[in-house]
Write a protein that binds this ligand. Structure first.
Ligand code: NAD
Length: 347
């Protein structure tokens, strides 16, 4: 299949381009490169896909999509803190540009549009004794989560016999990627444990979080492309593993078991976190052809720990803009590399 992969230079993107290329797909990447390091430090073999003529999703035209059979749309401001940087910009990039891209895709005859949505749209789910599925009401509590919910609603309205939008509601990611991050809960707790001996939980530890490994996210995308359109058209799928639904306190315990001598410190400084949800992944297991996520949180903690040790990283490395997306964006803005619309400043 000829696939356009947006966001291919992010955390998840390189895992997806690798998986798609290994499966024989012809992949073209489109990314504005917010987290791309020109010195090549993070340059992975997986980045070496064909490049689309424009690098910002806001600039795509229907004409430029001729011949593309599927779009996998990962690009955007990709977590709650970045979404709060400028909610109007989150709306412009995550929502308006996504819907414009989908309309262009439909007009150009693209058959499938795989949208990277998020379990965060369940937000303040209420009773966490229940595992919620894709039919549960949505309670997004951030500009980021609202943008995901609105996109799903409006993309569903674009579905037709020739155009199949599909929404993958990913759990919170973890694991090693060629473009590594430490602003994700498991990656962050392992990094603190390994570099300081302390596992710092900023909330009271009680919120539930479903987690998923980046390579299982890539695997899910591949499975969606292999599943008949009639099964996925205008449908949402939670992506993760049931046994990776854990409280933040339990995640901390798993990290402590991985790194002997480390101790858990519940600082509680961010207070109670309204985002708490336990999610069922039964629909994806049942309906997506071949979908069988492999990674447990314990295996992920061991993998991340090995990577930090192999790279010889200290705390100031793992907390630097290289590995923390919001810090990276703020640095680009502060030194004038990007303007307030997150467009590159040409000097
Ligand atoms: N990582 C997670 O825990 C997680 C969980 C659920 C859903 N998701 C979703 O999966 C997708 C990928 O996540 P990620 O962790 O790789 O994010 P990321 O921030 O690491 O990567 C996103 C990429 O999008 C690019 N981008 C941003 N705005 C753009 C624009 N206007 N035009 C072109 N490119 C642009 C950035 O340069 C970046 O390389 C996102 O849509 C995210 O919301 C991620």
């Amino acid at each position: 299949m000829r696939v356009l992969l947006t966001g291919h230079l992010g955390y998840v993107g390189p895992m997806v381009s690798q998986a798609l290329m290994m499966a024989g797909h012809d992949v073209t990447g489109l990314d504005s490169g917010f987290f791309f390091e020109p010195d090549g430090q993070c340059l992975a073999a997986a980045d070496r896909v064909g490049r689309f003529p424009v690098s910002d999703v806001r600039d795509v035209t229907a004409e430029s999509l001729k011949g593309i059979e599927a779009i996998v749309h990962l690009a955007g401001l990709s977590n709650d803190p970045m979404g709060e940087l400028d909610p109007a910009l989150t709306l412009a990039i995550n929502q308006t540009a996504t819907l414009d891209l989908a309309r262009c895709a439909r007009a150009a005859g693209v058959e499938r549009f795989v949208f990277a949505s998020s379990c965060s749209l369940y937000g303040a789910a209420g009773d966490t004794a229940l595992m919620i599925d894709e039919e549960a009401p949505l309670h997004p509590v951030s500009a980021y989560a609202v943008s995901k919910a609105e996109c799903e609603r409006e993309l569903a309205a674009l579905a037709s016999l020739d155009f199949a939008p599909v929404f993958l509601r990913f759990a919170t990611a973890f694991g090693v990627s060629p473009r590594m991050r430490f602003d994700l809960v498991l990656n962050n707790l392992v990094a603190w444990a390994r570099t300081t001996g302390e596992i710092r939980v900023l909330s009271d530890g009680s919120p539930w979080r479903p987690l998923v490994h980046v390579s299982d996210m890539a695997h899910a995308i591949l499975c969606v492309l292999n599943t008949p359109a009639d099964i996925v058209r205008a449908r949402a799928f939670n992506i993760g593993r049931d046994d990776n639904n854990l409280t933040v306190a339990r995640i901390a315990e798993i990290v402590a078991a991985q790194i002997p001598g480390s101790r858990i410190v519940i600082t509680g400084e961010t207070g109670g976190d309204p985002r708490s949800y336990r999610v069922s992944f039964a629909r994806a297991r049942r309906d997506l052809v071949g979908f069988a996520p492999r990674w447990t949180v314990a295996d992920g903690a061991a993998e991340i720990d090995r990577w930090i040790v192999d790279q010889g990283l200290a705390l100031n490395d793992v907390m630097s803009p290289r590995f923390v997306r919001l810090a990276q964006l703020k640095q680009h803005l502060a030194c004038g590399r990007l303007d307030s619309a997150l467009r590159p400043v040409r000097i």
